[in-house]
Ligand binder design. Structure first.
Ligand SMILES: Cc1cc2nc3c(=O)[nH]c(=O)nc-3n(C[C@H](O)[C@H](O)[C@H](O)COP(=O)(O)O)c2cc1C
Length: 328
């Protein structure tokens, strides 16, 4: 599962672990500088680290930062304090706050040698915990730096590299270029190459392994709407039949369990507000999902939210039962 700010929180990772089939989970990205200052001034931990200590493994924590010393220090602290399975360095985020303002994330794709230095320092500070990196193809189509970047990562002791097949300039426009991702394999000697971008279905995930010389596939947006995609893909990759889409009561239960975890983290009011973003994902593709979304977006009261969920699913269940009646 791809790291996704605002989405791959503990509640979502918990759901994915329950569903099964997923290889590696990541936290949302964390600011290295932010962590550094929180540590120094003994401030509260960022919400992205909620329950990370107790969570099942494997678990990767992703960090963005452009200062080698600071990055190495916070990465070593994450390893020591949280015993995470690996540290992933973000060199792919195009967001203004990260790339322009902080000259981190995708900004660094212009400077493969700086990426090499950052990886080397973190590898030395975190040994034997593996350090991986997530990149894009380069700043723009005119400046494809990924070949030099993946080599720098490997030479610096990186354990794997994930490539989102777009440039920084593209942000999320156009299509991910899997041919460009595949070409990077010839620049690597030892470490796994993980391809990422625009995989929307089980068949596309399976096809990616067959079609491209990648060692792994990372899925982001499609799995937000269909978190069971990994379970289905894992079965398909083992030659088993693709499991059916989950039934409605199951979706309802997952939504409610997710809500409970959000409440534990944020309290009932904030959790209900946050469900404006998350609840629609659980009903994606179902009839009247848009109506449900607009209703959920108008409430900040937990009891009303629960009533809306009940209403939505009982109406759906009734109509599903009605439709499955044999016609006489
Ligand atoms: C809302 C959102 C948040 C994201 N947050 C992160 C992040 O924190 N770290 C990161 O490396 N990539 C992040 N990404 C990029 C994804 O990890 C992934 O590379 C991208 O969505 C392409 O994969 P997909 O087509 O399977 O979604 C984010 C993407 C989206 C849409």
């Amino acid at each position: 599962m791809a790291p996704m700010a605002g989405y791959t929180n503990y509640a979502f990772r918990h759901l994915l672990r329950q569903l099964g089939g997923v290889g590696l989970l990541y936290t949302e990205m964390l600011s290295g500088q932010g962590l550094f200052h929180r540590r120094r001034y003994r401030k509260e931990l960022p919400e992205q680290l909620w329950r990370v200590k107790e969570e099942d493994r494997p678990l990767a924590v992703q960090v963005w930062e452009n200062d080698p010393g600071r990055l190495a220090e916070v990465a070593a602290w994450l390893v020591e304090e949280f015993h995470v399975s690996l540290i992933d360095l973000n060199f792919g985020c195009p967001a203004r706050q990260v790339a322009q303002k902080a000259q981190s994330g995708a900004y660094l794709l212009q400077f493969p040698e700086r990426i090499g230095v950052l990886v080397e320092r973190v590898v030395a500070a975190c040994r034997p915990t593996p350090v991986t990196a997530k990149i894009r193809l380069g700043p723009s189509q005119q400046q494809i730096t990924a070949p030099a970047v993946v080599q720098a990562i490997e030479q610096a002791g990186g354990a794997a590299v994930t490539v989102h097949g777009r440039t920084t300039q593209q942000r999320f426009g156009g299509r991910a270029d899997w041919e460009a991702i595949a070409r990077l394999q010839s620049h690597l000697k030892r470490i796994p190459l993980i391809g990422n971008g625009d995989i929307r279905s089980v068949s596309e995930a399976v096809a990616a392994f067959g079609q491209w010389p990648v060692d792994g596939v990372m899925i982001g947006r499609a799995a937000l709407r269909r978190p069971w995609l990994f379970r289905q893909a894992a079965a398909a990759l083992q030659g088993q039949p693709i499991l059916p889409e989950p039934a409605l009561p199951q979706r309802r239960q997952w939504l409610l369990e997710y809500y409970v975890l959000l409440q534990e983290q944020h309290g009932p009011e904030k959790a209900t507000l946050l469900m404006r973003r998350y609840a629609p994902l659980f009903v994606d593709g179902l009839p009247y999902a848009r109506l449900f979304r607009s209703q959920v977006c108008r409430t900040n009261r937990p009891e009303e939210f629960l009533r809306l969920v009940d209403e939505f699913f009982s109406a759906r269940l009734l109509s599903a039962a009605y439709q499955s009646e044999p016609i006489s």
